[in-house]
Design a protein around this ligand. Structure first.
Ligand SMILES: Cc1cc2nc3c(=O)[nH]c(=O)nc-3n(C[C@H](O)[C@H](O)[C@H](O)COP(=O)(O)OP(=O)(O)OC[C@H]3O[C@@H](n4cnc5c(N)ncnc54)[C@H](O)[C@@H]3O)c2cc1C
Length: 446
């Protein structure tokens, strides 16, 4: 059997690994990757001789996929957890603690956002349960529509946007409730009479388990192990340019005939490749928009007195150019031991990718100036790395889950074809890994 996986990000690598594990050495497996390296948005650089992730740097700890993969690949000793410090929100020119017990920044009562929003907004949240809520069961709206209407714009701009900016490089206007907050949609579908009640119903029970996990030596350890275990023929610098059906299987340009194909490419590329074989599915994939971001990793003197917080998220509308800072040396115990203090600054939100056109020098200068503003410290980097992620994150717009169901059912009608990737069932690394596993299972079930 000859199978090609198109796209060497985590989704494609996990799919390749699952195929190899199931089919053994007989499988002829090709991994096509447009860039000169595999990993996609997982990319580990080096600073002062130590690994530093320049794309994703963590994963949601309560999902099982990454710890399970690490265990399978004998890498469990790589698993690390944050020190437990909390982030700040920069709003109105000052730093506030990140509200506790919210659902993606949506509070279940006024006390969670006291100090972050004004008195009128607190009153509006307090009285929200007295106002009738209109929610169409099974329907969807943007997070901005729902939260703005019930709790007001300040909650959207100061509490919700900073978190959506972190996950999707998005904003409350570009993200739908049902895909981003499925438990909230479920609570509303179940008849919660107001948003306050729906959030309370949707919040997970309090837990002391770490929210995030990471890899001590960066994601490259996982990428290398997956690639070695999957043992595909890796064709880097090679973009798939066409997909057609043949009498017995598929043809992928430029590599030729194969029995099965997994497309683990970003949504617009998947749309183009599906164009000739599944036009309806292609049309759906083409509607998914992307946001772009840039990451600047700053190496500061180890004794820089950074705030005792894991990061600083910036509210929408502030005069800063950065949208967030991860204070890696405070967030992760293993970074605290290093000779440089590491801070990652992030730029770019959906609809505004201008920072990506700035020079490296300008991005570093903006990161330094903004970090100095939010910490009140003179910031003197000893070293810096810049990484741009153009179109790095799909936006889960209102109606996303319905569109993805249509897309997947159209692809399911085509034997020997499967799709995986960040635009399907979650942008996080665990969800992408799960999508790779599901795509491989689909091919294997043939
Ligand atoms: C800055 C940033 C920070 C993030 N931080 C986190 C985090 O901390 N935790 C977390 O869980 N998630 C995070 N994410 C999200 C997560 O990293 C991504 O959603 C995930 O890595 C995407 O994996 P993927 O394999 O689906 O897609 P990609 O990594 O985009 O891989 C797709 C691959 O397909 C290749 N390709 C494209 N076209 C073709 C073609 N025609 N032929 C062949 N190959 C092609 C691309 O070059 C790419 O390598 C972050 C994302 C960004 C942008």
């Amino acid at each position: 059997m000859r199978v090609v996986v198109v796209g060497g990000g985590i989704s494609g690598l996990v799919a390749a690994y699952r195929l190899r594990t199931a089919l053994g050495p007989e499988l002829e497996l090709v991994l096509l990757e447009r860039r000169d390296r595999v990993g996609g948005i997982l990319h580990t650089g080096e600073m002062a001789g130590e690994p530093v992730d320049l794309g994703a740097e963590a994963f949601v700890g309560r999902r099982p996929e990454i710890p399970a993969l690490l265990a399978e690949l004998d890498l469990s000793e790589q698993l690390v957890h944050p020190a437990g410090r909390r982030p700040l929100i920069w709003s109105g020119g000052t730093a506030h603690p990140l509200p506790e017990r919210t659902l993606m920044g949506i509070p279940a009562g006024p006390e969670a956002v006291a100090g972050l929003v004004d008195a009128d907004t607190l009153e509006r949240i307090t009285t929200e349960p007295t106002r009738p809520l209109r929610w169409e069961r099974g329907g969807d709206v943007t997070v901005a529509e729902l939260v703005g209407d019930r709790f007001g714009a300040q909650v959207v701009r100061r509490s919700v946007d900073p978190l959506l900016g972190g996950v999707y490089a998005g904003r409350a206007e570009s993200i739908g409730v049902r895909a981003a907050l499925p438990t909230l949609a479920a609570a509303l579908d179940a008849g919660a009479p107001n948003l306050t009640r729906a959030v309370a119903d949707a919040l997970p029970p309090p837990s002391t388990a770490p929210v995030f996990g990471g890899l001590r030596d960066g994601y490259r350890v996982l990428l290398d192990a997956l690639r070695e275990a999957a043992a595909p023929k890796v064709e880097t610098d090679t973009a798939a340019t066409g997909l057609t059906r043949t009498a017995t299987g598929w043809r992928v340009d430029p590599i030729g005939a194969v029995d099965a194909v997994i497309l683990a490419t970003p949504a617009p590329v998947t749309a183009t490749l599906l164009g000739a074989v599944a036009p309806a599915a292609a049309a759906v994939a083409a509607t998914i928009e992307l946001s772009s971001s840039a990451v600047v990793a700053l190496g500061l003197p180890a004794d820089t007195p950074l705030p005792d917080n894991s990061g600083i998220l910036v509210a929408t509308g502030e005069s800063l150019r950065a949208k967030a800072f991860t204070l890696s040396s405070r967030k992760w115990p293993h970074f605290a031991e290093r000779d440089v203090a590491l801070v990652r600054a992030s730029f770019g939100r959906f609809g505004d990718d201008t920072p990506l056109s700035w020079s490296d020098e300008d991005l570093v200068a903006a990161a330094v100036a903004d970090l100095s503003t939010v910490t009140g410290l003179p910031i003197r980097p000893q070293t810096a790395l810049v990484q741009r992620w153009r179109g790095g994150l799909p936006q889960y717009a209102a109606g996303h889950t319905t569109r993805i169901a249509e897309l997947e059912s159209a692809v399911a009608a085509l034997p020997g074809l499967a799709i995986a990737g960040a635009y399907l069932h979650g942008v996080g690394v665990p969800a992408c890994a799960a999508s790779g596993t599901a795509a491989a299972q689909r091919i294997l079930s043939r």
